[in-house]
Design a protein around this ligand. Structure first.
Ligand code: ZN
Length: 390
């Protein structure tokens, strides 16, 4: 990407900002230069001349690219979990432009000795930094902590570029007091942590209940609705009420528990804590439309405006995780999706259609100001399709 490359998107019908405090922005045009947002508003007020790339949105909506806060990648665009190639590309077609690893736990023969797990985390961070499948930003290299790790190990990992911990609880550290010590070391060196919440996911993983989650005090309450098995309702409510950590809801969990967690966050007036993930690849497979499905599910069954549900999958996650995407704001990464009401879907407009439980159609994805895909092969077809003019 050249630093002067100019992208102009005109005739946008609706701009979703990703920000809860103002989820819809006025305007019909967006300008990005060098892969960063330079201006948003009405065409008459912006410098739209001499674009290198010009997109006519044809009235479709623009949203920040979706962020999947909880994935388990291994290498490139291959997952051994379900022997699947191209799963990340499939998710791009579901509107996901950024993924965050909760641990590369599906690698056959994954090392569990300390030097081995550190080496693998560092290597994973590098191979996804050096290779973006279909342009998707995969933040990976998330070690699963094991008994015997010392403060120096976290310092070593941070100095080598590791910024995330894999789900606490998937390794041998399952007691709250031990997890608390290691999570604090990670935080001291700038490594963000997440904890498995709920019953075991697959044979070999274990139960993490509310007492362990609260004692460990990881930055994100990973899949608060279970992955797959949720905690009892009173424990989910207690987790939301007793701490200020991220409330992560995943597709690969209990949907009733997801709605309970979201409603509790609203009752506490803390909806900025809600973020979305899929937990894919998992035993239930890969869900290329998982984040869109979560948005439609939470909006319809949870009866919240669709534009708010989009914030859970964009700005909330970006702010919590310190990413430079997920918000339509000058200076942020030019990572977008252009979406519209699915053909023949009910609803007076796209947001109303999603609020009725229908998925939108993805018409185009853009990452760092570059078009990465046109009409999605996975969503229902969008009514209005953007077109690249230049
Ligand atoms: Zn988990």
């Amino acid at each position: 990407m050249e630093s002067t490359h100019k992208l102009v998107i005109k005739n946008i019908g609706l701009i979703l900002s990703g920000a809860l405090e103002q989820p819809i922005l006025d305007g019909d045009t967006l300008v990005a230069i060098g892969g960063k947002i330079a201006g948003i508003g009405y065409a008459k007020d912006l410098d739209t001349g001499n674009p290198d790339t010009l997109i006519d949105a044809k009235g479709a909506a623009l949203s920040p690219g979706l962020i999947d806060s909880h994935v388990h990648p291994v290498i490139g665009d291959y997952t051994p979990r379900q022997q699947q190639i191209g799963w990340i590309d499939s998710c791009l077609h579901g509107g996901v432009t950024t993924m965050i690893s909760a641990g590369e736990v599906h690698l056959p023969g994954r090392p569990k000795d300390i030097v081995g797990l550190k080496a693998m985390a560092i290597a994973s961070q590098r191979w996804y930094e050096n290779f973006r499948p279909s342009g998707v930003k995969v933040h990976a290299g998330a070690p699963v902590i094991e008994e015997g790790m010392e403060e120096q190990d976290f310092k070593d990992l941070a100095e080598a570029g590791v910024t995330l911990l894999g789900e606490v609880g998937l390794g041998s550290v399952k007691a709250g007091d031990k997890a608390k010590r290691m999570v604090a070391w990670a935080r001291k060196y700038g490594i963000q942590s997440t904890i498995h919440t709920g019953g075991p996911s697959i044979p070999g993983s274990g139960l993490i209940d509310k007492d362990v989650v609260l004692e460990a005090d990881a930055d994100i309450i990973g899949h608060i609705n279970g992955g797959h098995t949720a905690l009892p309702d009173d424990q989910i409510v207690c987790l939301c009420e007793s701490c200020k950590r991220g409330i992560e809801i995943v597709h690969n969990g209990n949907e009733r528990a997801a709605l309970l967690a979201m409603r509790t966050a609203f009752e506490l007036d803390q909806s900025e804590r809600v973020i979305l993930g899929t937990d894919a690849p998992a035993g239930s497979g890969v869900q290329p439309l998982g984040i869109l499905r979560m948005i439609a599910m939470l909006s319809s069954l949870g009866d919240i405006p669709a534009e708010i549900a989009f914030c859970f999958a964009t700005g909330n996650t970006a702010r919590m995780r310190g990413l430079d995407c997920g918000l339509i704001e000058a200076g942020k990464s030019a990572d977008f999706i252009l979406i519209d009401t699915a053909q023949h879907a009910p609803g007076k407009d796209m947001l109303d259609s999603i609020h009725q439980g229908n998925l939108p159609g993805v018409g185009m994805t853009v990452i760092d100001g570059v078009i990465r895909s046109a009409r999605s092969r996975n969503t229902p077809p969008a009514t209005r399709l953007p077109e690249q003019i230049i």
